[in-house]
Ligand binder design. Structure first.
Ligand code: SF4
Length: 351
């Protein structure tokens, strides 16, 4: 898609009325946002929240959205799987995905009768772009009889060719469950090589990994983590399993975005560094002023395509609608539902 039309970049005024109307919302982000910045966001927030009601729409915001989206216009917040579940459960007619394209596709797969919108079709993902459905078919030809476990960060086409999906929180349980079901000791995992290597450390099942990477998490290094510890004595390091294994090995805790949020909520560490996309630290910091967040800033350029002006434009024009071929959607849904049926072991972790 080319440049977005200029008309949606209209300037909205920060009037005393808008200030009053949005005062309570500002309290949610005041810890991480100066008032001068609020004056820019507030008119959009007021307009979006009004339009959402008129159109019977909900906004699903991923943990990597910026705080003014995450805390002030979203109806549901969380990781990609939590958002898809919410999408399936909502009574709203329209779902606006404040996240990336594969998430909108997953929402559509689980809610085929709803209109699913993504405010910018360029919001992709390096993991999802690393593999196609044809690649998965070739893998199955090369390794006949082995199940394919696919991370949710993939297109509907890839999910449709896979036996089961997984998330970063349930990957170990899914790998062990599908290996048991197929009666094999090896599984294929796509597309995240680092997630696969991190899972392999926690199970006896052998894993053949696709070599896709998240362009945000692959940039962290073990040395960087050691440097954070040296510069910030006592800091607790939380890492996402999309990071390279040597980075995860340096962390105090590794888990999905939701698991990291759970860790902060349960343990209230004095100082913490979240080794993941940087908006998440702002979103969690807004709710935990008692915790000092050390913030490395690795931004996801795809997530950052979604802004308040684009959300408003999306609702005004009902664009851009996300569709999935019903035959593909049905097979992809089977892989997602097979994952949802896997029982998670009860663990004494913070998540
Ligand atoms: S943070 Fe990584 S995995 Fe998430 S959307 Fe961006 S590129 Fe994809």
């Amino acid at each position: 898609m080319g440049e977005m039309p200029r008309s949606f970049e209209k300037e909205l005024a920060y009037t005393p009325e808008i200030a009053r109307e949005t005062a309570d919302l500002y309290k949610r982000v005041a810890h991480v946002m100066p008032e001068i910045e609020w004056a820019v966001h507030a008119p959009y927030i007021a307009a979006i929240n009004k339009l959402k009601k008129e159109k019977n729409a909900v906004i699903l915001a991923h943990n990597y959205m910026t705080p003014e989206i995450f805390h002030c216009v979203s109806d549901f917040r969380g990781d990609s799987l939590q958002l898809a579940r919410e999408a399936a459960a909502t009574d709203a007619k329209v779902i606006v995905q404040a996240g990336v394209h594969f998430m909108a596709e997953t929402s559509k797969i689980l809610s085929p009768d709803k209109t699913v919108l993504i405010p910018d079709t360029r919001a992709g993902c390096s993991l999802a772009a690393s593999i196609t459905g044809a690649d998965v078919r070739l893998l199955k030809q090369k390794y006949p009889g082995l199940p394919v476990v696919t991370y949710v960060n993939t297109s509907a086409d890839v999910k449709a060719e896979s036996d089961v999906c997984c998330t970063s929180s349930n990957a170990v349980a899914v790998v062990e469950d599908i290996a048991r079901e197929f009666g094999v000791d090896t599984v294929i995992m796509t597309p995240d090589e680092y997630l696969a290597l991190n899972v392999a450390k926690q199970t006896k099942i052998k894993i053949i990994a696709w070599k896709g990477h998240c362009e945000v998490h692959e940039r962290f290094t073990a040395q960087e983590i050691r440097d954070y510890r040296e510069a910030n004595p006592g800091v607790v390091v939380l890492a996402h399993p999309e990071c390279p294994p040597e980075v995860v090995a340096e962390a105090d805790f590794a888990g999905s975005t939701s698991a990291m949020i759970g860790y902060v909520g349960k343990h209230h560490p004095k100082r913490v560094v979240m080794v993941t996309e940087c908006s998440m630290s702002d979103n969690v910091a807004a709710e935990h002023p008692e915790v000092e967040f050390i913030k490395p800033c690795n931004l996801c350029p795809h997530m950052k395509r979604i802004t308040l002006p684009q959300l408003l434009h999306s609702l005004e024009t009902m664009t851009y609608e996300v569709t999935v071929d019903p035959a593909i959607a049905e097979r992809a849904k089977a892989a997602v539902e097979r994952m949802l049926a896997v029982k998670m072991p009860v663990v004494a972790k913070a998540a």
